[in-house]
Design a protein around this ligand. Structure first.
Ligand SMILES: [Mn+2]
Length: 338
């Protein structure tokens, strides 16, 4: 069944969910699906982003004077029981926190992502449709490819967000196909005279103080390990994990793993430039030691681990090193400053 037919067939209320603290791609995909469902005559829609929309997305909207949409951030904010769910830009239920329980209860699930989707065994949804394409740059690209009618008379808001999603998730078009350029060409046509402004708003962001602080603390706490001519860096922060991981990769780490402690769980994110070891597997293996869940793809993984007696930040950092050493089947040597 095509995405259009699937969306047409889902019973209402429909909840549309993106991964927690969503980035451009998740937020754009959420609004694109909302538009598609509305165009198909659906009225009873709920938009949800666990823990809200991420800072870079809110900054971009503010800089371009685009109002931020209201989304439900906590599972207890859901007052009706959705019969259907469209889950976007999410590779495993570990990325939606408490919303996982709501998703498990729906009759229809349409799950769209450009990572390999990890379905846990305890999901028994009557109608589950997975649309996953690892060759697409972004979830946004999949949606616009499947529903090109969305590109006609597209609002400035959706155009800007889709451009941002594709640029960021394709690593500034390092990963792109002719389809990517076709879609971009249609998008840019909508905002021809604003293009330069949009691109600089996406990439030239003033970094907020708390993010700078998280990055500096994260650097000070970084432990490095060498294997062959590669370097693994492991650190911990309480927020801005992805920002720190990006910084560590830029600094020369081949793999950057950031562990963080949150209210009810620990989280791990892993980023890599290597092809011979999967970050999804690393996250999944560390998480499985503590009844947690992990997933993602080769170069980007994430895990969520529920808090319990014996889990500690330091211990998780050690586990990351140990599990990676098992996966590579070699010892990792700690890098010392002298
Ligand atoms: Mn994405």
């Amino acid at each position: 069944m095509s995405l259009r037919e699937l969306l047409k067939s889902v019973p209402e209320p429909v909840i549309i969910i993106a991964h927690r603290n969503t980035d451009f791609d998740g937020y754009a995909s959420l609004l694109l699906i909302e538009k598609a469902l509305t165009d198909l005559g659906k009225r009873d829609l709920i938009l949800a982003v666990p823990e809200g929309v991420s800072r870079p997305v809110r900054d971009l909207l503010r800089r371009l004077n685009i109002p931020e949409r209201r989304v439900i951030e906590k599972a207890e904010g859901i007052t009706v029981r959705p019969r259907s769910c469209v889950l976007v830009d999410t590779s495993s239920l570990s990325q939606v926190g408490e919303f996982a329980n709501i998703i498990r209860e729906v009759e229809n699930l349409v799950w769209i992502d450009h990572h390999s989707i990890r379905v846990s065994n305890n999901m028994q949804i009557r109608n589950m449709h997975i649309i996953s394409d690892r060759n697409a740059t972004s979830t946004c690209e999949i949606i616009l490819r499947e529903l090109p009618e969305l590109l006609e008379n597209m609002s400035i808001e959706l155009t800007v967000l889709s451009i941002a999603a594709i640029f960021v998730d394709s690593r500034r078009l390092a990963k792109a196909s002719s389809t990517t350029f076709q879609i971009l060409s249609r998008l840019v046509k909508n905002v021809e005279n604003m293009y330069e402004k949009i691109i600089s708003a996406i990439f030239q962001r003033e970094m907020p103080f708390d993010e700078k602080m998280a990055r500096i603390k994260g650097m000070l706490r970084t432990e490095a390990y060498r294997f062959n001519n590669n370097i693994l860096c492991v650190s911990h922060v309480s927020a801005h994990e992805a920002s720190l991981a990006r910084l560590l990769l830029d600094a020369g780490c081949d793999i950057a793993v950031v562990v963080s402690e949150h209210e009810s769980e620990f989280r791990i994110i892993a980023r890599s430039r290597l092809d011979n070891v999967s970050m999804a597997e690393l996250c999944q293996r560390v998480a499985s030691r503590y009844m947690g869940q992990g997933g993602g793809h080769d170069r980007a993984g994430a895990a969520a681990i529920p808090k319990s007696g014996d889990v500690r930040l330091r211990r998780l950092m050690r586990d990351v090193v140990r599990v990676l050493s098992e996966m590579l089947n070699q010892r990792l040597r700690k890098v010392r400053p002298r």
